[in-house]
Structures are given as structure tokens and as C-alpha cells.
Write a protein that binds this ligand. Sequence first.
Ligand SMILES: Nc1ncnc2c1ncn2[C@@H]1O[C@H](COP(=O)(O)OP(=O)(O)O)[C@@H](O)[C@H]1O
Ligand SMILES: [Mg+2]
Length: 311
Amino acid sequence: MIETRDLTKMYGDLYALNRLTLKLERGDVYGFIGPNGAGKTTTMRILATLLNPTWGEATVCGYSIYNGAKEIRRLMGYMPDFFGVYDDMKVIEYLEFFAAAYRIKGPERRKKCDQVLELVDLGYKRDALVTSLSRGMTQRLGLARVLLHEPQVLLLDEPASGLDPRARIEMRGLLKELRNMGKTILVSSHILPELADICNKIGIIERGKLLFDGDVASAIRQVRQHIVFHVCVANGLNAMAKERLEGHTDILSVEHKADEDFLIVTLRDGMQDGSFIADLLVQGSFRLKMLKEEEIDLEDVFMGITKGITN
Ligand SMILES: Nc1ncnc2c1ncn2[C@@H]1O[C@H](COP(=O)(O)OP(=O)(O)O)[C@@H](O)[C@H]1O
Ligand SMILES: [Mg+2]
């Protein structure tokens, strides 16, 4: 649905985008993650046919950005990171204005506007002035606006930025709803945990370069060298369990921190499956209370992949 090859944008001698190659299949929700200045907005503007690349190719639904702008704009909804709303305009008037621009006519127009307002949970604000909306509501109105012409593909540039925690959660719920509707979505953020659980693919970009492209699990694997398990046995026998586990060929180390009531078991390179730990302990007549793979902080994954250098 979206494909780019060696997409490059230069401003003077600065590479805002450096040979970006990515691919979104139908129904993909692709989290485009990178620090400020990484090239996310540049990518979206090129795909939305609002900005020409210096070189490289990009297609949306099979149409090239170079000669298919008209078709692309019909099939795509682009929500920029900042968009103007107009003073003295009601929510419903705002949407009708854009619906008219999309040539949605007659009773169909009012129906469509009400429908997208319901979808973003702003039905109760239809007669409010757009200037009276909170930031979260304004973002949802912006989303409603790009849904009017029922695009198959959505480009959403940092839709959750500047929102309070509740509004962020609502925005995520809305993205899930759009995902369930089968839309193909490219959504950007500078925060990985914000998108990790709603995207089936992520790309991590820094200084115009795509540093990682794949699913969240493989991003974690790339950063984490060893798999770590937390293990606890019954009857306060952790110290004895430690002795039993130490020295096993698949175990690198067993740690018992003074203030924790569990053992930290680190597997050797390349070992993924820790279920043998359970077998070892049960065979040693220990009663296993807990065996849990340590969760990795997604911020750490992001920090591990990027170098923290910005343009
Ligand atoms: N019109 C412009 N002129 C010069 N440099 C620009 C222009 N637009 C963006 N840039 C630069 O391109 C880089 C990428 O910007 P952008 O795509 O907005 O990043 P992001 O959206 O990831 O924060 C930044 O270094 C930015 O300063
Ligand atoms: Mg941006």
C-alpha cells in the first residue's frame, strides 16, 4: 500500500531523509519512531505529495508520487502534526467545509460528517466552536477531517503529541478502531512505548536513516543480548535453588539480590527458552512459585537502537 525506495530529501547539504526504503502492506499499522528532526514529517509530506524528494521513489496504492498525486490524495488521509482550525466556526461547520472540498454533496455530506464525529467521540461537540476544544479534542477533530473521504491509507504525524495521559489513551483507542476497520496506517511518534502495542511493525529513524525495520519483538531481540528470567521457589529455599542452577551449561549467571525474594537467572548467548529451569528445579524437589521472563523497558530498546544524535 505504501512503498518507498531510496527516498532522499536534502536541504542544502543536510540529509533530512537518507535513502529511506520501507514497505507497508494492506492493513499494516506501522509505527514510525524517531527523535525530533529525524525526518518523520519530511517522509509524511513526501508521501502526501506535498513535498518533492531530492531523489528516490515512492508509491501509494501503486500510484507514484511523481505522477499520481491526484489519485494518491483521493486514497489517502494525511493528518499533519500541526493544523489550523478556524475561529468562529462550529465543529460541524468545520467538517462540512472539508466535506465540500472533498466534493461530498447534499444530504450525504451531513450524514458523513455526523458519522465521523461519532467515530471520534465528538458527537456531543458538534455545535461547539472549534476554538473551544481541548488539544485532545482538536486532534480527534483533525482525525475526523481526514476520514471524511474514507481513505484506505492514513498518514498520522504525531497524533498523540502534546496530549495529557487520558487523551493519549483515547487517541490510542481510536487508532485501534481504525486498525480494526482495516486501514493501512503510518503513524509517527518520538516515543516507542506509545506505539509499541498498537503497531504490527515499527521503523526507527534517526538523522534521516532507518536504523531498524521490523516487529517490536525483533527490536527487543536486537538490543537485548541475553534473556533473563526471574525465579522463585517455595519455603525460602532460593539460596539452595541458586546452587542447583549455577553451573548449568545454558545458564550464564544466577544472582540473588539481598532485597529481592527471587533469583535473577541470565541465559547464555542465543538461548531463548527458559522452561528447562522449571524442570531442573522440580527434579531437585523444589516447589516452583514463579518463573517469569524479565520484561524489557521499551525506552531502553529505543535508546539502544538510536545513538541520540540529532540533525
Ligand atoms: N524547509 C526546511 N528547510 C531546511 N531544513 C528543514 C526543512 N524542513 C525540515 N528540515 C530539517 O530536516 C530534518 C528533518 O525534519 P523533520 O522531517 O521535520 O523531522 P521530524 O518530523 O522527525 O521531527 C531536520 O533536521 C529539520 O531541521
Ligand atoms: Mg515532525
